[in-house]
Each structure stands twice: as structure tokens, then as C-alpha cells.
Design a protein around this ligand. Sequence first.
Ligand code: URA
Length: 251
Amino acid sequence: MSEMRLQQALARAGVASRRAAEDFIRAGQVRVDGMVAELGSKVDPSSQSITVKGKRVTIVPRRWLAFHKPLGVVTTASDEQGRRTVFDFLTNTKGLTYVGRLDVMTTGLLLLTTDGEAVHRLTHPRYRISRRYTALVHGRPTAEVVNAVKQPVLVERRPVVPTQVRVRPGHDGRSIVDLTLAEGRHHIVRRWAEALGLKIERLARLSYGPIRLGDLKPGESRILTNKEMDDLYRVINLTPGAEPATKPKRR
Ligand code: URA
């Protein structure tokens, strides 16, 4: 790993956001090779020891994976009930964190990375990252449902406003709902559907920001291409391997 700014290294490690990392450094709580560090100093995480409040921080090289989460697999590091987790499908999981959980009964695209700052931004509501889903629901599409899905629906007193939504006929008297949301509240698609009286039989995530599931089979993973990484970092105002290109926009 090459040299990088200390606050960037801490953000990458997921210790804190870049701004909070700067506060830790200013407060003298960060040491590099035992010496109190200064803001803006450069470090080589592969050869230097970094501590925050006395605790050793591990900074692993940046990795990005797209994974097709199968049905019944839990998005967690370890499951109390002993169910299979997404990490059971991956090798070399050191420092890997998922980007936006999928429910155990939801399938589809799950991104994983060692870049904590990127995870923070990709899941923060401020960045309004698009997530595209497809749901198989009970019943044929009626005109009432087709209209209702286009209206804002309140979930915990906050409106859910799909950026795109379409209902179309599915097989055996069911409907398919294609839905894009720019938020990631817990169980948000299921709660949105429930509020509309729709019964979801299957739910899958097809994309997260600019990254698509494509033809990955359930249980398969792949490394993101450089182009995908560039696209991903662009939507969160970061440059791969560098400081944020600009300050994040407030929306
Ligand atoms: N919304 C849900 O309800 N479940 C998911 O897994 C993802 C989004």
C-alpha cells in the first residue's frame, strides 16, 4: 500500500468519517509509530503502526466485490442462530464490510468493500444513492395498484417516494413491481409494499448506485472493474485512492 494522508487512512479503515478522523487527530488521540500525529501527515499503513485512543487500527488494501446474495443467507458477520452468512461465500474477508444490508429473504446485489468511508457515504441518506429492486407480488396489477404505487407512502411518518416505479403482469396471476428508491431504511421495500396492501412473495436488488447485478448467479461474487469503481466513487464525491474531489454536497 502506498502513502496516504492519515485522515484518509483512518476513514478507509472505517474508524470514523474523514471529518471525525480529523477531529481525533486534532485532539492528539492518534499516534503513528508511537508519536502523536499531526493533521495532514502522510502514512504508509503497510509499514507503520497507527493507533486511535490507544487501539491499533488495521488498514487493509482497498477491495470491492459485487456478490449475489442467495435466499436464506444473513447479511451479518456472525449469526446467533447459526445460519449461513454472506461471509461464508467469500474468501479473504479481512476488513470487508457490506454496503447496505439485504434481508434474509431478499436476494440480489450486495456490495462489499474494505473502504469504510465509501460505505459511510453510499449508505448515508444525504447522497441519495439509487437502489433498484424487483418484487413479485400477489395478484394481478389493477388500475388502483398501478396508481397507488406512484403516490408517496408514509413509513414511520416519513414519505417513501420511488424515483421510478412500474407494475406489470407476472406469471400465475401475480404482478411484478420494478422499483427504484434513493434511500435505504431498514426493510424499506417491504414496509412500503405493506403500506400499499401489496404482498411480496420475492424481492431482489438489481443494482446499487451505478453497479448492476448483471449475470452473477446466487452465491457468486466478482471484483468490481476499474470503470465501476470510478463510477461508484464519482456518485459519492470521492476519487479512488485519493482525498474527496470536492466537499460532499448537502441536499
Ligand atoms: N428493502 C427491504 O425491505 N428489504 C431489503 O432487503 C432491502 C430493501
